[in-house]
Design a binder for this molecule. Structure first.
Ligand code: HEC
Length: 178
């Protein structure tokens, strides 16, 4: 605890030092208010392609949710896992509104229609979250239907015949036990 406090105060000192030169260049009155600086949007880009996000996150979290709707979890751990997948869908729908390293990513995320479809996927993820939290299989089925419709609507409009980065879902998902 003590160590933590020391580290925090050291980094605050570092911040103060970094700000100091600016403060001497300009009179304090001209400096933008702190709230304004904090709310300035930063351009955030993903370190991988949207194609990779689709395979490693979106597809990876959605498949088990659909399977759970057919064969519901029988343990508390299983339901917890389902909840985590639902979180991943809800957040994933927002994440794919940021461009990554794929050649078409920036064009896609600049399109209002893409944003609308990604939001729909996120909303379906929130439905799945409510269903898994309630341990309610009927609701999970309904959420699963909404989810699959969200995937299909967007793929019909945007998915190229061949993924731009050549990353396909594994043909044998779920991976068979070895
Ligand atoms: C907002 C649009 C959008 C939504 C929603 C969306 N996708 Fe995608 N998906 C794409 C695009 C575009 C690609 C192709 C990316 C590329 O080529 O760079 C893709 C690629 C993929 C791929 C890899 C390519 C392949 O053929 O194997 C998988 C798997 C995938 N999506 C699964 C899903 C699943 C499952 C869902 C729903 C749970 C979903 N996607 C929702 C737009 C979307």
């Amino acid at each position: 605890m003590r160590m933590g406090l020391i580290v925090v105060s050291a980094s605050l000192l570092g911040l103060a030092a970094a700000c100091a030169p600016a403060a001497t260049e300009k009179p304090a009155a001209e400096a933008p208010p702190a709230a304004e600086v904090a709310s300035t949007p930063r351009p955030v880009t993903l370190p991988v392609s949207l194609n990779a996000v689709m395979v490693a996150l979106v597809d990876h979290a959605s498949e088990p949710l659909w399977l759970d709707a057919y064969e519901p979890p029988t343990t508390e751990d299983g339901w917890r896992e389902a909840e985590h997948h639902a979180y991943q869908m809800a957040v994933g729908g927002k994440l794919i509104q940021l461009a990554g390293t794929g050649p078409n990513d920036a064009t896609w995320v600049a399109d209002a229609n893409w944003i609308r479809m990604a939001d729909e996927m996120s909303a379906a993820g929130m439905d799945a979250l409510a269903a898994t939290r309630a341990r309610n299989v009927a609701l999970l089925n309904t959420a699963g239907d909404r989810l699959v419709a969200a995937c299909e609507a967007c793929h019909t409009e945007y998915k190229l015949g061949m993924p731009s980065m050549g990353i396909y879902k594994s043909p044998d998902y779920p991976v068979p036990e070895r």
